[in-house]
Design a protein around this ligand. Structure first.
Ligand code: GDP
Ligand code: MG
Length: 176
């Protein structure tokens, strides 16, 4: 948007994906470095969390919005997409449905978000390997198809959580 000051104004970053994939848990892990078991679905989101990520000595301010109760298609307010600088799109590696729905999420994102929005695909719950329904290479293939970076994360163990937000911050820094 006009008048934005890179490094001063926060970068609007939004977590999207089906209900139950671990959006809130991922944000709590990134923000507080802990995993609180049990679903957050009863709560109507936590609004946003401000975090500063340092990339090559430069501070990137993230204002991370957790969508809740907006997890059905066509229900994330279009203004959210329009104002987003970055979108972390999550599926759950134990849920084929959440993986299959990624295409619909991306269709919606491409319809409403800015064309230069930073997108990252995350296969969350990587710790649940015994219940895995989606192989890593299936995540990689989908990401390649849409030309977006991909990582498997675990909000429970914290694996790749900081890395995912750092990668997004790096991309935002390059684009600002
Ligand atoms: P949201 O609806 O996308 O915000 O998902 P939640 O953060 O509420 O998580 C849904 C459920 O999955 C909860 O029971 C979480 O404890 C669990 N969960 C979330 N992330 C992980 C993860 O990385 N590993 C495991 N094992 N459970 C997770
Ligand atoms: Mg949630």
């Amino acid at each position: 948007p006009t008048g934005r000051r890179p490094g001063v104004d926060p970068e609007f970053t939004i977590l999207v994906g089906d209900s139950g994939v671990g959006k809130t848990s991922l944000l709590v892990q990134f923000d507080q470095g802990k995993f609180i078991p049990g679903s957050f679905s009863a709560t109507v989101g936590i609004g946003f969390t401000n975090k500063v990520v340092t990339v090559d000595g430069v501070k990137v301010k993230l204002q991370i919005w957790d969508t809740a109760g907006q997890e059905r298609f066509r229900s994330v307010t279009h203004a959210y997409y329009r104002d987003a600088h970055a979108l972390l799109l999550l599926y759950d590696i134990t849920s084929k449905t959440s993986y299959d729905n990624i295409r619909a999420w991306l269709t919606e994102i491409h319809e409403y978000a800015q064309s230069d929005v930073v997108i990252m695909l995350l296969g969350n719950k990587a710790d649940m390997s015994s219940e895995r329904a989606i192989r890593r290479d299936e995540g990689e293939r989908l990401a390649r198809e849409y030309s977006v970076p991909f990582m498997e994360t675990s909000a429970k163990t914290g694996v790749n959580v900081d890395l995912a937000f750092t990668a997004v911050s790096k991309e935002l820094k390059h684009r600002s």
